[in-house]
Design a protein around this ligand. Structure first.
Ligand code: DAH
Length: 396
């Protein structure tokens, strides 16, 4: 739909600008006369009253207070400096006469058309169709409206890059819900009820759940690990899967923390999966993400759902491991947690083919926002979530 015409201010009062503006107004009048006529024929066809539309059209152009004729008097003639008044006055007079003649004609014709009987309508049918086609005319040579296409968000880009590295090794991709039950977020991952390891997760609970059994209570997932269980419930071994997603914790925002952030989880289960497979896989993934000169370091750690567990660091990508401000002089940057899937976890999905005596597996979880900060050289995680176009545009 064309935009509603409004009388524009004149850029200057020279002949060229004047006639351009006058032509713009004439084109608008033409369009609106066609629209009125079309409406009149349609009203006749369905025997609807049309007088209100006719009056509105007349007022829009000739209304004494705010009609377009009054407006061009104000905006064009009255605003003209003295030396241009005469020329502007002449054009405004011509336009006024034209508008009065055409609007009055259009009003008479529309009233008559809106009252045509079905047989009269049939007689003018051919004209009407022609008229209708004319009114739908579209100039395809006019330049289109260009909309900005936006840019991939840096965190999404990091998620995609991480997922791509694992896809290339044959992993599939899975997702799970952000609102999760206590069972999937904790119980099935070997966090027993009231176990202190739960405290490390700063969980945001959903209110009003006291009447439910503890394991069914809802919370915002604190990690993507619950999707390990959901995936093993659906798919029997062997599996290789990565799980990107959003997670939430009750953390105060600062340059390196956000109460909402992103992780990529990984899980591989088969017969005879060993810690060597885990080391080789993650060493390769870190080299693919940060460059082939990056080294990895595995240190013992603890997670309830892996045994043994490890914390993985990469050699600092800024100083090559010599020590700098980013790695706090240590030469290493801690990046993810991992380990061999704890047999207790397999017990929760044993019936789907995960007998802990027969299968083994490894799992890992990494923060995607942190990886995006490092890869793209951003020094404040808050920049990712403030929606400032000047920041995001740099990733276009
Ligand atoms: N879920 C852990 C966290 O958010 C990260 C993690 C550690 C995931 C070890 C794993 C793993 O799959 O094996 O702190």
């Amino acid at each position: 739909m064309a935009e509603e015409y409004a009388v524009p201010k004149l850029e200057n009062f020279l002949a060229e600008a004047l006639s351009e503006s006058a032509n713009g107004l004439r084109a608008a009048l033409n369009r609106e006369v066609s629209r009125l006529a079309l409406g009149a024929f349609q009203a006749a066809k369905c025997k609807a009253p049309f007088e209100i539309e006719v009056k509105a059209f007349r007022d829009r152009w000739l209304g004494r207070k705010t009609g377009i004729v009054t407006q061009i008097n104000e905006v064009w003639l009255r605003a003209a400096p003295d030396e241009h008044k005469k020329a502007v006055g002449q054009i405004v007079n011509e336009l006024r006469a034209e508008i009065q003649r055409e609007v009055n004609e259009a009003v008479d014709e529309a009233r008559a058309a809106s009252l045509l009987t079905p047989s009269e309508l049939r007689e003018v049918g051919a004209d009407f169709r022609q008229f209708f086609l004319e009114s739908q005319r579209l100039d395809i040579t006019l330049p289109g409206i260009r909309r900005p296409i936006g840019a991939e968000h840096p965190v999404i880009r990091a998620l995609n890059e991480i997922v791509a590295v694992f896809k290339a090794m044959g992993y599939s991709v899975s997702e799970g819900p952000e609102i999760e039950t206590d069972y999937y977020n904790f119980v099935a991952l070997n966090f027993p009820p009231n176990h202190p390891a739960r405290d490390t997760q700063d969980t945001l609970f959903i209110a009003g759940q006291q009447s439910k059994p503890p394991r069914d209570r809802l919370l915002l997932r604190t990690h993507t690990s619950p999707v390990q269980i959901r995936t093993m419930e659906k798919l029997a071994p062997p599996i290789r899967v990565v799980i990107p997603g959003k997670v939430h914790r009750n953390d105060a925002p600062d340059a390196s923390h956000s109460p909402m952030f992103h992780q990529v989880e990984g899980l591989a289960v088969d017969t005879n999966i060993t810690f060597c497979d885990l080391k080789g896989t993650l060493d390769h993934a870190m080299k693919a993400l940060f460059g082939s000169s990056v080294r990895t370091r595995f240190q013992p750690s603890f997670f309830p759902f892996t045994e043994p567990s490890a914390e993985v660091a990469i050699s600092c990508i800024f100083c090559g491991g010599k020590g700098c401000r980013t790695c706090k002089q240590g030469g290493w940057i801690e990046l993810l947690g991992c380990g061999m899937v704890d047999p207790n976890v397999f017990e929760f999905v044993r019936n789907n083919g995960y007998d802990p005596a027969k299968v083994s597996g490894f799992a890992f979880g990494m923060g995607a926002d942190r990886i995006a900060l490092l890869k793209y050289g951003v020094d404040d995680i808050q920049l990712f979530f403030q929606g400032d176009v000047r920041f995001l545009e740099q990733f276009a």
